[in-house]
Design a protein around this ligand. Structure first.
Ligand SMILES: [Zn+2]
Length: 164
């Protein structure tokens, strides 16, 4: 989000040179720079002891492909905490050994995606209302259940570097 108006007081912003950052929107009312803002999301695959990966279908949105467990970060939590919280909320599994894989800019949504793999001994799902289906896939099956070229496809591959 590029601020043409100050989100605090509604004043139209002006561009001000801010050193290495170049021209940045600035509120002369609040006397503060308003750097471009974007959302940061966490995206996870959960791995069972047998190596299978959990993927989901969302109640809303397209149903052709499975996706990972994803959500927005909240203020005050680390990315790892957010990823574990989303896994718990969406599929009812207490995961552990959360491992950061990579980050990726999601151009279409203007979001920064932080991609994780977590482990779990639990294999029984308790789905939230946002999730219509959750399923365990072998790593091979998982690569074909997700949209080709998607960030979740890269996450599935990164979760199993030896198999790709
Ligand atoms: Zn302002």
């Amino acid at each position: 989000m590029h601020f043409e108006y100050c989100p605090h007081c509604g004043t139209k912003t002006v561009l001000r040179e801010m050193g290495d950052d170049g021209a940045v929107p600035y509120c002369e009312g609040c006397r503060q720079p308003l750097f471009d803002m974007f959302s940061t999301c966490v995206l996870s695959v959960v791995q069972a002891p047998d190596g299978k990966l959990a993927l989901i279908r969302q109640s809303y949105g397209q149903q052709d492909y499975f996706v990972g467990v994803a959500g927005y970060m909240k203020p005050g939590e680390t990315a790892e905490q957010a990823a574990l919280r989303e896994i718990s909320e969406e599929i009812g599994i207490a995961a552990r050994n959360i491992r950061f894989l990579f980050s990726k800019w999601h151009d279409a949504k203007g979001q920064l995606m932080l991609c994780f793999c977590a482990e779990s001994d639990e294999t029984a799902f308790r789905l939230s209302g946002e999730v219509s289906e959750a399923k365990w896939f072998t790593p091979e099956e998982a690569q074909h259940a997700v949209r080709p070229g998607s960030i979740i496809e890269q996450t599935v591959r990164a979760a199993n570097p030896a198999k790709s």
